[in-house]
Ligand binder design. Sequence first.
Ligand code: NAI
Length: 284
Amino acid sequence: MPFLLLLFLVSFGSIDQKGVGTFAARASPDLYKKVIMKQLQGKTALITGASRGIGYAIARKFAAAGANVVFTHLSNDEQGQALAEELRVMGSKVGVYRSDAANFAAVAFLVQEVVREFGRLDVLVNNAGITRDGLLLRMDEQAWDEVLRVNLKSCFNTVKAATRTFLQQRSGVIINIASVVGIKGNAGQANYAASKAGIIGFTKSVALELGARNIRSNAIAPGFIDTIMTKDLTAAAAQDWAKAIPLRRVGLPEDVANCALFLASDASSYITGQVIQVDGGMLT
Ligand code: NAI
């Protein structure tokens, strides 16, 4: 199919709905991938805590889908700059900020800067998270407060800061990274489970409040994902976990990123207030 005709079809949008997309994909698969499959083209996404792990995979996935990607990290400047360079090579306009997601004022400033620099904000991914595990009897106040601040309050901070822009744009997508532990609970993780259950309640409340303004709010509840956060488990323990998972493997950051891409894109335009488990069937 001639390039100009394909571009013409693309420029009229929703061609998949008209069935022309399939035709275009067959006629020129490479061009289709390059031009049509950029699900986040022209969108700006902000991801917290993305210098490694799940956030890193989401940042790369979004850049590959055509988004401009802004991400934060807390301390590892080298990793942050390396990721920024990777994303630029993928053609993304990139913003990288050292910013504490748990700090209300810092997040308000961050979002202001992103909107000033990028002109808009379309997708917000609350990914920053920590664990301070321990049985309740031994858990001190600091371990409780830190986890609640970083995991849960951070979501309030970013959503609060981004809502005005979303309202002005009459659109916005919020994706909060919760956990299966927030659904089921977990011995030794009372603080973490409470923070993730809080995220789920927050996600649904935001969906109810802002749905009428075309702002969608969903959560992803990953199961056991292979990142630094889970590195302390011995190989034997990891294998035991995997045996109990219907898909018989631990998850990869990429598995979560695929779900985030779906929720960020218009492919999920009628989905809000949901918690999607990316857990290989673990809680089934
Ligand atoms: P990770 O430890 O590799 O990454 C967490 C990221 O958050 C790091 O880049 C870290 O610098 C950043 N971060 C921590 N505190 C921050 C703060 N105050 N401000 C800004 N950034 C901060 O962990 P992973 O596994 O990639 O986790 C990402 C998210 O997924 C977390 O919310 C975690 O709770 C969640 N999750 C992870 C699971 C797993 O099995 N790895 C399972 C379920 C949920």
